[in-house]
Design a protein around this ligand. Structure first.
Ligand code: BES
Ligand code: MN
Ligand code: ZN
Length: 496
């Protein structure tokens, strides 16, 4: 795993801090009244850079200036207007600064907390952003890394109550997000379902979250013919990851049930996908990775609420043992499903996993899945689709996502979507038409939620960034980890 930098809140003079570079976030019309020395040393140079167009002061723009300090450079990072600063902006500014520092060979950085970045919520976001910037996606390259490794992140200008908690929370959430990204980035030849389960075991060790791994025998004994049906075509055996967080002495309910799609590779099966872009389908377990990452964070953050996590993991492969179009499978809930397209496999896994989360006592459900290309078409790479049956529950998941910096946007559920899912010989077919594909998939999944408050997040578009941004490299985003952890924290807090 990526080695974590040492994070420390420090006092004292900026000029004397042991670092290679000092990050100074700045806003439109910033007069640097609070940093007179920085203003005196760098003000003229910043103004000259602005005049020649090198520094425009747009969010995430960076500019470095030399200073006669122990750290020889200041890196200014622009944050835009000083009003309306959100946690997400702070997180991104911190990540952009840390990535820029790494590009400039800095291993030890100081982040100055100032102006609209003051307060414990921003401090947490700065820590999260700095850690998100340590994620390296090129871990299989044998040539040396292009970016320097951050060894220390010192935080200057933060003091008062809650500082230590904010740093601890931010580092747990940032690190857990990176752990999920690392799993998602890994190719399917090494991250098999079995390996996924053992990685989950190491990630959960010492966190207070238990992990039980069910093999194909137990999956079939539970009657999970939908999950089992998808898994059959692969030489790699399936695994069902069952995670439990049960804080001592806590009330029996509510129980948060988290379910994540864990397809370690999706060829489409007999309804095989085109070759173009199929390599990307190693990320079809991003929902499962988000649940594992969130369970790790939840164990470490210790909110006062019970949580169960269920991740069905398998490959979707064509072969002599594969399930086929026209087959009828029976899930653990007893419902029968006629397969019309073996590429609509995610909903089959979710159906059995949601049923199992209910068996384990979940009272409130959230699932995350790279479920449909249609959702990515509808909402692009910016927003996950959020579907829900219970307004209050949906609103609380949405609020957690907003706080965590995971963007979600509502898409409709409606009974009429099920009209195209009628089967002549079974209870339901598994794949609808092209139209409204994200909603028909969600309606299929809804059939297995037993009328519990349930939210479905379709993360097909957001789990993998195709383009680098100043604050985020290409590759897995870790979408959902912080949302789920925040949700558990919110429920835990309201019960104290
Ligand atoms: N894993 C895919 C969805 C997907 C597509 C994720 C593109 C990320 C990017 C899923 O299993 C799938 O194949 N869905 C089909 C459903 C269809 C057959 C009804 C799809 O979206 O085309
Ligand atoms: Mn598929
Ligand atoms: Zn899939």
């Amino acid at each position: 795993m990526t080695s974590l930098p040492v994070l420390q809140v420090v006092g004292g003079l900026l000029s004397e801090l042991p670092a290679d570079l000092v990050v100074v976030p700045t806003w439109d019309d910033d007069g640097f009244e609070d940093l007179a020395e920085v203003r005196d040393l760098c003000g003229a140079e910043l103004a000259a850079a602005r005049a020649r167009g090198e520094w425009r002061g747009k969010p995430f723009d960076v500019f470095t200036a030399p200073v006669p300090w122990r750290a020889s450079r200041v890196l200014f990072v622009a944050a835009g207007p000083s009003t309306g600063v959100t946690g997400e902006l702070v997180r991104r500014v911190a990540a952009a600064a840390a990535l820029a520092a790494r590009q400039r060979g800095a291993r030890r950085v100081v982040f100055c907390i100032r102006g609209p970045f003051a307060g414990t919520a921003s401090l947490q976001a700065v820590v999260e952003g700095s850690l998100l910037a340590t994620f390296d996606y090129d871990f299989l390259k044998t040539s040396p890394r292009e970016l320097a490794t951050l060894e220390t992140v010192l935080i200057a200008g933060a003091s008062g109550d809650g500082v230590d908690d904010a740093v601890a929370r931010g580092s747990i959430l940032g690190e857990a997000t990176n752990a999920a990204r690392r799993l998602v980035a890994e190719p399917s030849n090494t991250l098999t379902p079995t390996e996924f389960a053992s990685r989950a075991a190491s990630l959960l060790e010492g966190t207070g979250v238990s992990l039980e791994v069910l093999d194909e025998g137990r999956i079939s004994a539970l009657g999970m013919g939908l999950f089992g049906g998808v898994a059959k075509g692969s030489a790699e055996p399936p695994r069902l990851l069952v995670m439990r967080y049960e804080p001592a002495g806590d009330a029996a309910s509510p129980v948060l049930g988290l379910v994540g799609k864990g397809i370690t590779f999706d060829t489409g099966g007999i309804s095989i996908k085109p070759a173009e872009g199929m390599d990307r389908m190693k990320y079809d377990m991003a929902g499962g990775a988000a649940v594992v990452g969130a369970m790790r964070a939840i164990g470490l953050l210790a909110p006062r609420v019970r949580v169960v996590g269920v991740v069905p993991a398998c490959e979707n492969m064509p072969g002599g043992r594969s399930f086929k179009p026209g087959d009828v499978l029976r899930g653990a809930s007893g419902k029968t499903v006629e397969i019309t397209n073996t590429d609509a496999e995610g909903r089959l896994l979710l159906a059995d996993a949601l049923w199992y989360a209910r068996e384990l006592g979940a009272t409130h459900l959230v699932d995350l899945a790279t479920l449909t290309g249609a959702c990515a078409v509808a909402l692009g790479k910016l927003f996950a689709g959020i579907f829900g049956v219970d307004d209050a529950w949906t609103a609380s998941v949405r609020a957690s996502a907003d706080a965590a910096g995971d963007r979600v946007w509502p898409l409709p559920l409606h009974d009429e979507f099920l009209e195209q899912m009628r089967s002549d010989i079974a209870d339901i077919i598994n794949a609808g038409s092209r139209w409204g594909g994200a909603s028909t998939a969600a309606m299929f999944v809804k059939e297995f939620t037993g009328d519990l408050p349930w939210v479905h997040l379709d993360i097909a578009g957001v789990a993998w960034a195709e383009e680098a941004k100043p604050y985020q490299p290409k590759g897995p985003t870790g979408f959902g980890v912080r949302t789920l952890a925040q949700l558990a924290l919110t429920i835990g807090a309201t019960r104290e």
